[in-house]
Design a protein around this ligand. Structure first.
Ligand code: HGY
Ligand code: MN
Ligand code: MN
Length: 405
């Protein structure tokens, strides 16, 4: 279910996302579960265990949220996101089949915009779900120039009302997410499961280099203000700093040059910067170093450079009670289980502002992700789903204490 033939690309508010929801709605209906999609296209499948449906205390005990995201990057793999949503639904169906009683509801969520592919700002869906959506995001534009507000209106949602309507679900006990590791550690250790210790700090920025266009054949090299050469020097500056700094990861994934003609010296170049580190202060220091170095190089080239910070997130530790719960559940499947920091971002980084959060990593082949060859073995998925089930049952007996999110 993709926007692009021959590759998997699925953004928020795309027909492909609608198709995925239709498929999940079939499964939810077949299981007698309540299916809904909110105004930011987060999918929610709610299971109220039988005795809760009967007891007067139906509103007590709260809600355990399990899931992941349904949107993808461009030319994505099939597991990043959907694996966690399908695993969550499988857990609910298994608990139903066992006739398990729980003192809380389970809500399977499929967040709509974890990758941020459409608007270059990640977590729009989970931010709305957690009641943290910001009005300035309505002005975000996608690459067709359409704003999020216009898109919402085209789907019958009043953007202004959206902000007043966003309400975080009540009584959330915690959020659990199963996700492929997107790294090589579990494969190197030869075990299927790991537990996430923390999600790395991440900054997303857009850099804009402004020079002067001119004729490619007549403008002497010494007189040029070539924005693309300045951008190229900056990109290599970014790479060499990341290579020299332990734990720093920096990526330029998108670039655009204007006027974009082969015989014209580029006047304006924009590129994306995704830069991350497990330690907040290391990321801050790296950004300061890059700003100084790139501005120095641009001065020499008579180029002006503008930095636009699109999104900044501090590192997010997972909740200690849920880390322990997941680790015990995984140890029940495989024995000793490592705590692994996540270089990848996840919706859990947002949900952590609402409730205790925990993440379970599943081994993936060659650590590959954000790539069509991304793959997780059915055996490892089964081990992961079983551990997730055990973690849900463990929450039943000892809900995470909200004072220690
Ligand atoms: O980019 C990330 O870290 C995640 O896949 N959104
Ligand atoms: Mn993901
Ligand atoms: Mn991803």
């Amino acid at each position: 279910m993709s926007e692009e033939p021959g590759k998997l690309t699925r953004r928020i508010f795309s027909p492909a996302m609608d198709s995925v929801h239709e498929r999940f709605q079939q499964w939810a209906n077949a299981a007698g579960l309540h299916f809904s999609v909110d105004a930011l296209q987060n999918m929610k499948i709610r299971w109220r265990p039988p005795e809760r449906a009967l007891s007067a205390a139906r509103e007590t005990g709260g809600l355990l949220v399990i899931g992941s995201h349904l949107d993808t990057v461009r030319n994505a793999g099939r597991y990043d996101g959907p694996l966690g949503v399908v695993a969550a639904l499988a857990c609910v169906e298994q608990l139903q089949a066992w006739g398990t009683s729980l003192p809380f509801d389970l809500e399977v969520v499929g967040f709509s915009d974890e990758e941020g592919l459409r608007f270059q700002t990640a977590y729009l869906g989970s931010s709305f779900y957690a009641g943290l959506f910001r009005s300035e995001w309505l002005a975000l534009r996608d690459d067709s120039g359409q704003t999020l507000a216009e898109l919402l209106e085209s789907r019958g949602t009043n953007p202004r009302q959206l902000l007043s309507r966003q309400t975080a679900p009540a009584g959330v006990l915690g959020y659990l997410e199963l996700h492929l590791e997107q790294g090589p550690q579990l494969e190197e250790l030869g075990i299927p499961l790991g537990v996430v210790s923390a999600i790395a700090a991440q900054t997303r920025a857009r850099l804009r280099f402004v020079g002067k266009s001119g004729h490619a054949g007549t403008t002497p090299m010494s007189l040029r203000q070539d924005a693309l050469c300045a951008a190229a020097e900056a990109i290599l500056e970014i790479e060499s700093l990341a290579r020299a700094s332990d734990g720093l990861r920096a990526t330029v994934g998108q670039i655009r040059a204007e006027p974009g003609a082969g015989n014209v010296i580029p006047e304006v170049v924009e590129f994306s910067l995704d830069i991350r580190h497990e330690q907040d202060h290391c990321l801050t220091e790296a950004l300061e170093k890059l700003k100084d170095a790139i501005e120095r190089d641009c001065r020499l080239r008579r180029i002006t450079v503008h930095w636009e910070i699109l999104q900044q997130g501090k590192s997010v530790p997972m909740s200690p009670p849920l880390r322990r719960t997941l680790q015990q559940a995984a140890e029940g499947q495989q024995g000793p289980t490592p705590m692994i920091p996540s270089g990848a971002g996840h919706d859990a980084a947002i949900m952590a502002r609402l409730c205790p959060v925990g993440m379970l990593f599943v081994r993936c082949r060659e650590g590959l992700s954000h790539h069509p060859d991304e793959w997780v073995s059915p055996q490892d998925i089964e081990v992961g789903v079983t551990a997730l089930l055990d973690a849900i049952l463990a929450v039943r007996s000892s809900p995470p204490d909200k004072t220690h999110p």
